[in-house]
Design a protein around this ligand. Structure first.
Ligand SMILES: NC(=O)c1ccc[n+]([C@@H]2O[C@H](COP(=O)([O-])OP(=O)(O)OC[C@H]3O[C@@H](n4cnc5c(N)ncnc54)[C@H](O)[C@@H]3O)[C@@H](O)[C@H]2O)c1
Length: 251
């Protein structure tokens, strides 16, 4: 079950955190994984981890917010390895803890808005655009976007533009899923709750205790959900939002 041999998967923002976990999990199921990140060294680290575990991986650093860069990257991947079967749009900003950029909307400068929309909405759209024609020609494809509970509900802590980008990605995938449903392509979103990379040890402990399950999420929790959605077995699951959140948000 969930055999991904002979599939080529591109995972964006996979140099660390959830993306690295997704890449490792896809490789374990047999996929040839292309590890994208803005940061080439990080991408290379994930490649090394996968290869050390006996998996097949290569790095493809580019910025998902620029369509031209994405198109060049996807063309190179296609030439070197073959066409992309599985796209996982994981690159995003405003994780949490030390990296979380909290700012109440009234205090956030207008010049800061765009980068949240650029990476969280345009990133998935740019990457989908670059791979979709090939998927349609071959009659098979999987597009999975990593969104957030912040895209499903309102939160007061100062992530309004991040939430807008993540909601936008959910709206985008619903429409796209129906446009390509007869081409053998599924388009789904995984909406994450609080993950275990969002703070220092003390704050993580407090956050874990407040969760329904008593723990925060891990890269392997996300990887397992992505493996399923990427598989042949999930061919009748499309346009859905799968909450991987330990029960913190129940729509
Ligand atoms: N960590 C959480 O608690 C949490 C919660 C909900 C949703 N998410 C979402 O999950 C995804 C992964 O989160 P994470 O915590 O692992 O993030 P992270 O910040 O640890 O890693 C993100 C990676 O993406 C890369 N990246 C950023 N912008 C990019 C771009 N324009 N092009 C290519 N690569 C780029 C970064 O270099 C980094 O290596 C993100 O989309 C995030 O919004 C995370």
């Amino acid at each position: 079950m969930f055999d991904l041999s002979n599939r080529i998967a591109l995972v964006t923002g996979a140099g660390q955190g959830m993306g690295a976990g997704i890449a490792r999990n896809l490789a374990r199921q047999g996929a040839r994984v292309v590890v994208n990140d803005l940061d080439a060294n990080r991408a290379q680290n994930t490649v090394k981890q996968i290869q050390a575990a006996g998996g097949d991986a290569s790095a493809a650093p580019f910025d998902v917010t620029h369509f031209d860069e994405v198109q060049v990257g996807v063309n190179q991947i296609t030439e070197n390895f073959g066409p992309i079967d599985i796209l996982v749009n994981n690159a995003g900003n405003a994780g949490g803890g030390p990296t979380m950029e909290l700012a109440q909307f009234r205090e956030m400068p207008v010049s800061d808005w765009r980068r949240f929309i650029d990476v969280n909405l345009y990133g998935p759209a740019n990457c989908a655009k670059a791979v979709l024609d090939g998927m349609c020609e071959r009659g098979w494809g999987r597009i999975i976007t990593i969104s957030s509970g912040a895209g499903q509900t309102g939160l007061p802590m100062g992530i309004a533009l991040y939430g807008a980008g993540k909601s936008g990605a959910i709206g985008f995938q619903r429409h796209l899923a129906l446009e390509v449903a007869r081409n053998g392509i599924t388009v789904n979103t995984v909406a994450l709750g609080l993950m275990a990379n969002v703070g220092d040890e003390a704050s993580l402990k407090g956050m874990a205790a407040s969760q329904p399950t008593g723990r925060l999420g891990t890269p392997d929790d996300v990887g397992a959900a992505v493996i399923y959605l990427a598989s042949d077995e999930a061919s009748w699951v499309t346009g859905q939002v799968l909450g991987v959140n330990g029960g913190t948000f129940l729509p």
